[in-house]
Write a protein that binds this ligand. Structure first.
Ligand SMILES: NC(=O)c1ccc[n+]([C@@H]2O[C@H](COP(=O)([O-])OP(=O)(O)OC[C@H]3O[C@@H](n4cnc5c(N)ncnc54)[C@H](O)[C@@H]3O)[C@@H](O)[C@H]2O)c1
Length: 338
């Protein structure tokens, strides 16, 4: 087992292991525990976690709402869960977001453990302490910072993950490669399946380091938004029919082309679309959608005092921030979607 440390409002470890059950039982010991997991994964979670009760939730985004949150909180209460109880999230990013938020609120905060079962969950959602649910007006608009006590990553979960979800999750790894660790790009370019464990481990390290430097997103953490300003708008515009990573893939190509205007070399710009296309991810979007996308970008919660800031790339491993005029943004968008 290898561990990566995250320093947030508390220090915790991300364990990379090939036996999540063993790691989990070491953490739980005799503590009263409640596992939150989507129905779909229940067959893979055998009941040999001592004393743990399983609380099943709906799949995907259908679990990130007040109804599910309330019913889980009521269940915990009726089952007598106390401040010493432990919540264990087993699932993708939707499940770790929901469970972390439940843990943040129940009895004003109890411990939780994340066991991410998707690439997106392993490299992104389970790390960093952001938890929450969706509002009708937008995704992830209601939540809290509440770091898990431990994250246990076991890549054997990925054997049952669809090719689509695996590729979408890797969009975040590609982002980590461009902003911090070029080796990730080489590993993806040579063989993403064979190299999956190292890709995931290196991406976790990037996220853990950035979050440790700026837990509450007051500065440095903004670099993780590379490709996300347009990506989030596309995700919403598609009515969430696209996976987060698919929208981010298009957002990354846009961010690279925008960065080109500020001096990023052509070869690195082209490397973005090549590597994302190699993963089978989309790299363009309907050009007629621009006016709506521009509106949606303005609504992104990451806007600062009315201005939309973009994270740009100066070279691999070195980012910058730019406030860009609408004319340039639309030119870049139309250019990439010709
Ligand atoms: N908190 C954060 O910092 C953060 C960061 C990124 C994304 N997120 C959130 O994460 C979510 C996206 O993550 P996701 O793609 O993991 O979503 P998800 O949890 O919806 O999982 C995607 C699908 O994969 C299925 N699945 C999960 N594990 C599986 C497995 N091992 N085998 C087969 N199927 C499996 C799920 O049931 C679901 O249908 C979004 O809600 C997003 O907002 C949060």
């Amino acid at each position: 087992m290898r561990s990566i440390q995250v320093n947030a409002e508390r220090t915790y470890q991300v364990d990379i292991s090939d036996d999540w059950k063993l790691e989990l039982s070491n953490v739980i010991q005799s503590r009263e525990s409640f596992v939150v997991a989507p129905e779909k994964l229940l067959p893979q979670i055998s009941l040999d976690i001592p004393r743990a009760r399983i609380l099943a939730v709906p799949d995907g985004e259908n679990q990130k709402n007040f109804n599910v949150l309330q019913s889980l909180a009521e269940k915990l209460s009726s089952l007598g869960a106390s401040r010493e109880s432990l919540l264990i999230a087993i699932g993708g990013g939707a499940t770790t977001d929901l469970t972390g938020f439940l843990a943040a609120g129940y009895l004003r905060g109890i411990d939780w453990i994340a066991i991410p079962t998707t690439v997106a969950g392993m490299v992104d959602a389970a790390i960093g302490g952001k938890t929450g649910i969706n509002l009708d007006s937008g995704k992830n608009l209601f939540g809290a910072f509440h770091s898990p006590k431990r994250v246990i990553v076991d890549t054997s979960w990925l054997e049952t993950l669809s090719q689509r979800d695996r590729a979408a999750g890797l969009a975040e790894s590609v982002k980590c490669g461009f902003i911090r660790d070029e080796k990730i790009l080489q590993l993806v370019e040579s063989d993403p399946l064979m190299n999956i464990v190292e890709i995931i481990e290196r991406s976790i390290k990037v996220k853990a380091d950035v979050v440790s430097a700026d837990f509450r997103e007051e500065g440095e953490r903004e670099i993780l938004n590379y490709g996300h300003t347009l990506g989030h708008a596309i995700e919403r515009h598609s009515g969430y029919s696209m996976r987060h990573g698919e929208a981010i893939s298009i957002g990354l190509v846009f961010a690279a082309k925008l960065s080109q205007r500020f001096g990023l070399n052509n070869q690195t710009v082209d490397r973005h679309s090549k590597i994302l296309q190699q993963l089978g991810l989309p790299t363009s979007y309907e050009s007629s959608a621009w006016p709506e996308l521009y509106q949606l970008m303005g609504k992104d919660k990451k806007r600062r005092s009315g201005e939309i800031r973009f994270v740009t790339l100066m070279e691999i491993g070195r980012t910058d921030r730019q406030i860009v005029a609408e004319g340039i943004l639309s030119e870049v968008f139309l250019e990439m979607n010709r």
